[in-house]
Ligand binder design. Sequence first.
Ligand SMILES: [Zn+2]
Length: 380
Amino acid sequence: MKPLLHNLSASVRGDASTVSTVQALRRIWPQWGLRMDGLEAALKRKKGAGAKGCNWAASAEGDGLKMQRVHSAQVHAQTLKTFHGSLTTSDSVDVSLGSGPEAGAYLVAEEGAPPMNDRDLGIFRQTITRPHGLVLLTGPTGSGKSTTLYAALEDLLHSRGGNVITVEDPIEYEMPEVSQVEIDSADKVSFAKALRSILRHDPDVIMIGEIRDLETAEIAVKASLTGHLVFSTLHTNTAAGVVTRLADMGLKPFLIAATLRLAVAQRLVRRLCNQCRVPRALSEAEAAMLGRPQIAGRSVYEAGQCVYCAGRGYLGRIALIECFDCDESVAKMIGEGASEEMLVSNARERNRALLMDDAIGKMLAGVTTYQEVLEAVVVW
Ligand SMILES: [Zn+2]
């Protein structure tokens, strides 16, 4: 909700794009400012963000089969005092990831278009069931890396159980069977401080919301060296970039080599509605833009309009994924201080799909469009 000089504008966004916007003259709703100021004051008491749980039920009936699933959502609200009043943003997250198989379904399959191919999923599952090591998810803000992380944790809990403790800032999903610790920056409880006390509880699996500094990185490494499986996220553009980033933070290459097991880079793109997508040929210029001139002329799809997608052409989003797994030979390269380019070319030699390969695969399969791929992968 955005207050402007003469108007109040309220927009609804879904899947990272605006679904609808309404505007009203400011003077027909004089109470607006007061209400928003009240909300801001209430949020301030709760240290800037409000979280509220709510539940709703969805049911579907067809062919005599009745399914009912209760969803629960968390609503977070943020305000920002602007010259024209309080700008308010609230987002709701469906926190009912479900347990085990359902969370696994997030990674495996939805109507024939899985985010992860069989090989990547195999590598992923194999790594997260190891007793120790460091597993890192990377990508910009809003790339869905936390969702993948939570799905992995759910999958793990379902397959082998164990004592899982998380340290987060803030807690994005509530997990019924996990001990979650929220960092309180106002009380100056840092990730590092919380982690040190968590280690005394000897968890099997630790999830750190984000590695932001050397101190946190060192504790994550120490925890994985002492027999814990550690999950976290890091801000880098590519999966192999994790090595460079950790080294830049000041972590010794031999420690990265000894602990890093898997880095996964992720982006989100909108998923085409397959009821109305429109085929066309990829032009030479477009193929060149993607760095793959050989795919010019191949069939790709554009968004259409139909009742299934409410005329939007897209239904939900899907992750583009790049898995960088470290076997002994890769660990040796990292320990010797190999550059990111060397690690990437080694990944290519091992037939690992890079983010662009996965994006092009999904584009050619009609899961997403050229434009979405261009925005998610090329323009960074
Ligand atoms: Zn459609």
